[in-house]
Structure formats: structure tokens, C-alpha cells
Design a protein around this ligand. Structure first.
Ligand SMILES: [Zn+2]
Length: 342
């Protein structure tokens, strides 16, 4: 019996040495140490031996079982370790390689300037009011004090659609009437940003599409001094506290009186240069007191209410701010231009 046991031990050990993976190991365990395994059977055989042989055999068979269980455990650990090593090798990464560059997006310089302008007016209590890009003749012209055949209509070359009376807005001013009709009789303090469209020849100075920001304040007791204070403060917040501002009388159909606002040239400080055409001044926006007809069209009684309005082009402001010479860069989609702002 003991000789058989020694053979069995050798057989089990040899079989274990040949095991290469976890599945084969489980098979080996079943064959030798499982419920019906050969070693388990050998332990059970103890009961059938003559009494005097049992102590020696029992000690030997238990020893064999213990050793094989320890060997199984060691083999299992080795197999797990080698599987892990293989996985690590397969998934190896070179931590010394440079990372992949994440390219951040950025705002278009026109959008950026538009937001800067809106932020300055937001600080002064103006809300952003968005209105439609497609308008009808009445809102774009008529309600803004430009009836049909009014000569001021010549100032804007208009894109007409195939539907009579439906046009692309030539300015953000129709939004003034929308805002007044929405808020009347409450006071209004809004800025109206957005794209406008004009049928013009594209040159370094003019585009067929461009942004405008328009502002409108309507209430009781609003005067020209409020307009001047607001716009001087705006220019100084956007361009620096040392800026000088001047108002020049002008004409717009929807304001009375009307003015153009100039700022001392940010490039030459007023001494005169090519950008300011040696005048020392840069025109930044147009403004005026809301025309009584426009107030009435918005629903307000001009005998009680008054207001001011102003408008400017963010692309032109950006051109002044960054020294851009040609407005066509804005919609040319040239990354060499766009990547300079960020
Ligand atoms: Zn200048």
C-alpha cells in the first residue's frame, strides 16, 4: 500500500508540474484532491487496512495530502501572477511619451467683442433682448419713422425675400419696437445684439453681414444727460478711464436730436495717425433721444415718457481695439486670423 501511495504522490506531482493555466489546475484538483480524487480515495482506503498498518499509512497519506494541497496553492499563485504579468505586458504604456494636446475652442473675435459690450451695459442694468433676423417692412422701417418713400430708406440697401414685405433686417432697431411693445407701460432698459444684413459691395470697410449692438432706455424723466453719461461711462469701461468723448450733431430718422459719438484715437492718443485719418478722433457709435413717433409706435405716450437709444458695430469696435485693417477677415474663416484672439 505504501509503495502505491509513493507512486501516486509522484504521479500527482508530475501532473501538477505540467499544469499551465487555471482551467488545467481545476482539472488536476478534481483528479487528485476532489471528492472522487485519487488522493481522497487513498485516504478513504485507510478504513479497509489491517489495524496494525493503519498508523503508518494514515500518517503517510495525510502528509501526502497536505503537501499536495500546499503545492496546489503555490501553483495557483504562480499561474495568477504570470497571467497578471502577461496582461501588464500586453497593456504596456510608455509613460514618457508626450500627452495628446487638447485644442481648446475659442470665441470668434466679433462674438467676444459683442459679449464685452453687453457685459458693460449689463453692469449698468441693461438686459439683453434678442429679436428676429427676418423682419417685415413695417418693423424695419415704418414703425421707426421711415414711411414708404422716406428718403432715409436710401441709407440702407436691403435684402428682400421672395415674399413681398419680408426682408432681412438692415439694423437691430426693429427690436426696439418689439421690446417696447412687450414691456409697455413699464420702463425699458435693454441692449439688442445680433446680426444685420445689407446688400452692399464687400470692401475692406463694409460687409453684407455684420453685428450690431443697440441700446434702448425708456422711462419717465430720461434726458440727454442720461444718454451722455451712459455712453461716456461705456467708452471708458471698454477702452480705458482716460478716454475723451465728444458728441457731434447728426441725423437718424428714429431719434431726435441725434448725435454721433467720437472717442480720442486709442492708437495715437489724439495727436493724429493713419487710422484716425489725422483727425485724432474715432467714430464709435450713433445715438439720440427716441423720436416721439417711435415712442408712440412702441405704446408709450411721448408727453409722459422719454428715452434714449444708441447703436454700434462690434466688428468696427474690434477693429479699433485690435488694429484690424480689413472687415472681411471676420467672416473669411481664416484660422491664421481667428487664432490670434484667444
Ligand atoms: Zn489716431
Amino acid at each position: 500500500m505504501l509503495a502505491q501511495l509513493v507512486e501516486l504522490e509522484k504521479e500527482a506531482q508530475a501532473a501538477l508540474d505540467a499544469v499551465a493555466d487555471e482551467r488545467a489546475l481545476a482539472g488536476w484538483y478534481g483528479a487528485f484532491l476532489g471528492r472522487k480524487g485519487k488522493i481522497t480515495e487513498a485516504v478513504k482506503a485507510l478504513g479497509s487496512l489491517p489495524r496494525e498498518d493503519r498508523p503508518a499509512y494514515g500518517q503517510r497519506v495525510n502528509e501526502a495530502k497536505r503537501l499536495l494541497e500546499a503545492a496546489h496553492e503555490a501553483r495557483r499563485a504562480a499561474i495568477v501572477q504570470s497571467a497578471q504579468d502577461e496582461a501588464l505586458l500586453a497593456d504596456r504604456v510608455d509613460v514618457t511619451l508626450p500627452g495628446r494636446l487638447v485644442l481648446p475652442g475659442r470665441l470668434h473675435p466679433a462674438t467676444r467683442t459683442l459679449r464685452e459690450i453687453c457685459a458693460v451695459f449689463a453692469d449698468m442694468g441693461f438686459q439683453v433682448y434678442r429679436s428676429r433676423h427676418v423682419e417685415n417692412d413695417e418693423f424695419n422701417f415704418g414703425l421707426l419713422n421711415m414711411p414708404p418713400h422716406h428718403p432715409a430708406r436710401d441709407m440702407w440697401s436691403t435684402f428682400y425675400t421672395t415674399r413681398p414685405g419680408v426682408i432681412l433686417r438692415t439694423h437691430t432697431s426693429p427690436g426696439q419696437v418689439h421690446a417696447m411693445r412687450e414691456y409697455c407701460p413699464e420702463p425699458v432698459r435693454v441692449v439688442l445684439p445680433g446680426m444685420c444684413y445689407r446688400y452692399e459691395q464687400i470692401t475692406a470697410r463694409s460687409e453684407i453681414m455684420f453685428n450690431q449692438v443697440e441700446g434702448l432706455a425708456v422711462g419717465v424723466g430720461i434726458t440727454m444727460t442720461d444718454l451722455k453719461g451712459t455712453l461716456v461711462d461705456f467708452a471708458r469701461r471698454l477702452f480705458g478711464v482716460e478716454r475723451k468723448i465728444r458728441f457731434r450733431a447728426s441725423y437718424f430718422p428714429f431719434t431726435e436730436p441725434s448725435a454721433e459719438v467720437d472717442m480720442d484715437c486709442i492708437l495715437c492718443g489724439g495727436r493724429g495717425c493713419r487710422v484716425c485719418k489725422n483727425s485724432g478722433w474715432l467714430e464709435i457709435l450713433g445715438c439720440g433721444m427716441v423720436h416721439p413717433v417711435v415712442l408712440r409706435n412702441g405704446g408709450y405716450d411721448p408727453a409722459v415718457f422719454s428715452g434714449f437709444a444708441f447703436g454700434m458695430g462690434p466688428e468696427r469696435i474690434a477693429m479699433l481695439k485690435y488694429g484690424i485693417q480689413d472687415i472681411r477677415y471676420f467672416w473669411g474663416n481664416d484660422l491664421r486670423f481667428l487664432e490670434q484672439f484667444g
